[in-house]
Design a binder for this molecule. Sequence first.
Ligand code: FES
Length: 130
Amino acid sequence: MRTSGYSVTFKVENGAGAEGFAAPGESLFDAAQNAGVVIDAPCSGNGTCGKCRLKLLSGEAEGGDSGARHISAAEYAAGWRLACATTPRSDVAVQVSASSLAWQNRIRITDFSGERERAVFAELRDNLKS
Ligand code: FES
């Protein structure tokens, strides 16, 4: 049971979606990872690649660029943010950008809650170790 932080609703262009959560200080990128929403992030969330773009649809958030390195002032005003550099300040809803979709421009929502899924994941992990 959470005691603080904010809910993050992810909306995907193909109509899919996911509900996530950002603990205090966590970024939208962290919330996406926690929710199983795979956002393309070649720099692993360091704020350097500019690939993790998403659009803030509602709510308040802090940061997300616009020293115009990756997000122009006009884009920022329209709600575009870098997920890894944005910290929610309220419950938020975001749309994941097509350019941020992982797996060849498709978003993949993983669910490891089932027994079968956990077994597949464990097998893959074990194969990587050997
Ligand atoms: S993951 Fe590279 S800028 Fe956000």
